[in-house]
Design a protein around this ligand. Structure first.
Ligand SMILES: Cc1cc2nc3c(=O)[nH]c(=O)nc-3n(C[C@H](O)[C@H](O)[C@H](O)COP(=O)(O)OP(=O)(O)OC[C@H]3O[C@@H](n4cnc5c(N)ncnc54)[C@H](O)[C@@H]3O)c2cc1C
Length: 415
């Protein structure tokens, strides 16, 4: 069922995770109303979010199953290799996509780099074409009532929406989570991610670089070439919060010179082609993922350091699992607001989210520590992993998101 005012599921927040969830539910014949407080077209502007995301292989399989394969093929840049090093030291760990080809010799990339704006555009187009999904925007929710028999949202313009279950996909400052009294474990890092895009003279050959400097990790991620043939990479550079503001003030030339210094001439002459934006970094994890007729997904449930590019991928994995759990419930004739379904979703997702969150937190702290003894320890650790193929395969599986108990969507199947 979908009408302008009623659906099976009410999704609060039409970001990358909320819109993907609506498409995943529709693929299982479950209808959704998405309520988004911002104008989705304004979210397509480069000034809104100039970031790019590394889409892990498992997430990419789901996006393809949901009809977004053209976006990945036409605008994505496959990551063929990840190189990790301690600053400019010569010891490097290399994770090659080709090292884990399947039995038929097919090579799945370690991830696909896509601009968030391109992903938003493709999702919005798909949402607008899907009869089981209605996007209600821009409008605020004045009141959300979650009663024993259903959910009622009263919008700021007076309209009323009804559903069996509400899903909070309203991001890290989720007011839906707060109103439900769900507490958070949270802390701030003393750093910010300086994000920008650069053009460079030499090709990147699909290599993602993660260089650990005393001031913080410096990541350069391969993007599709520009229309004029220049090569392009996305920069995510973790620096102290004060330094981030200073670096953003350096201006494009000053910043390009700093970037070129850290690359040691590797990509030839570099030029900044987007404004540098500083994102403050923090960690949060909800104590529970649900309340009466409410489930949390994506950044509403968890937010992690971007050091391993996994935040959105965790949200995509929430989407795939929640769609599977609700579809199974619907096939058994259960009320979609049945607490047993929310519990099953939480049991399935909490371990992966917790493990990834704590692993990225540990990495961010380990690689943020100054001093020669820690530096020597890190270089020893990197050398150890470089010479241990099983450890490398395990890390590659984590980067791809292919480890653990995967629901059908993350295997590229519609269930
Ligand atoms: C610098 C940086 C780099 C990153 N790089 C990567 C990467 O390479 N790979 C990766 O996997 N992840 C990455 N991440 C993490 C990723 O960006 C987030 O995890 C992801 O964007 C979260 O999506 P979301 O839809 O859950 O939340 P959001 O993107 O925050 O969307 C929430 C939506 O809800 C709407 N909303 C909020 N409140 C309400 C309300 N009350 N009513 C209605 N609507 C509401 C908002 O307008 C918004 O549209 C990175 C993060 C940072 C900071």
């Amino acid at each position: 069922m979908t009408s302008d005012s009623a659906a099976d599921i009410l999704i609060v927040g039409g970001g990358l995770v909320g819109q993907t969830l609506a498409l995943a539910l529709a693929a299982h014949d479950i209808s959704a109303l998405i309520v988004e407080r911002a104008d989705p077209r304004a979210h397509l502007a480069e000034s809104f979010d100039g970031r790019a995301s590394a889409i892990a292989s498992a997430s990419a399989r789901m996006l393809r199953a949901l009809g977004l394969g053209d976006l990945l093929d036409e605008e994505g840049c496959p990551i063929a290799r990840i190189e990790v090093a301690e600053g400019s030291h010569p010891e490097i760990i290399r994770f090659d996509a080709a090292a884990s080809a399947d039995a038929g010799g097919a090579v799945e990339p370690l991830g696909i780099m896509v601009e968030n704006r391109a992903l938003r555009r493709a999702l919005l187009a798909r949402v607008e074409q899907t009869p089981l999904v209605r996007l209600v925007a821009p409008v605020a929710i004045a009141r959300l009532d979650r009663g024993p028999s259903g959910v009622t949202a009263t919008l700021a313009d007076g309209r009323t929406l009804f559903a069996a279950l509400a899903v909070a996909a309203d991001g890290r400052r989720s007011s839906t989570r707060e109103a439900a009294g769900i507490r958070l474990a949270h802390w701030s890092y003393p750093s910010a991610a300086l994000v920008s895009m650069l053009a460079h003279a030499r090709p990147h050959h699909g290599v993602a670089l993660e260089l650990f400097y005393p001031s913080g990790p410096f990541a350069l991620l391969p993007m599709r070439d520009l229309a004029d043939g220049r090569h392009r990479s996305a920069l995510v550079w973790t620096v102290g919060r004060d330094a981030a503001e200073g670096a953003a003030r350096l201006g494009p030339r000053g910043l390009a010179a700093e970037v070129a210094k850290r690359l040691g001439g590797r990509l030839g002459a570099v030029e900044m082609i987007a404004p540098a934006v500083a994102w403050p970094l923090g960690f949060h994890h909800a104590e529970r993922y649900g309340a009466q007729r409410l489930v949390l997904v994506g950044d509403a449930a968890h937010g992690i350091h971007p050091i391993a590019g996994q935040g959105l991928n965790l949200g995509f994995r929430d989407v795939a699992v929640l769609a599977e759990v609700l579809a199974t419930g619907a096939r058994s004739g259960l009320d979609l607001g049945d607490p047993a379904l929310a519990r099953r979703y939480e049991r399935w997702r909490r371990a992966d989210n917790s493990l990834t969150a704590f692993a990225t937190d540990a990495l961010a702290r380990l690689f943020g520590l100054p001093g020669r003894p820690v530096e020597a320890l890190r270089r020893f650790g990197l050398a150890l992993v470089e010479h241990a193929p099983p450890a490398k395969r395990a890390f590659a599986a984590i980067a791809r998101g292919t480890a653990g108990d995967l629901p059908p969507l993350l295997r590229g199947e519609l269930g």
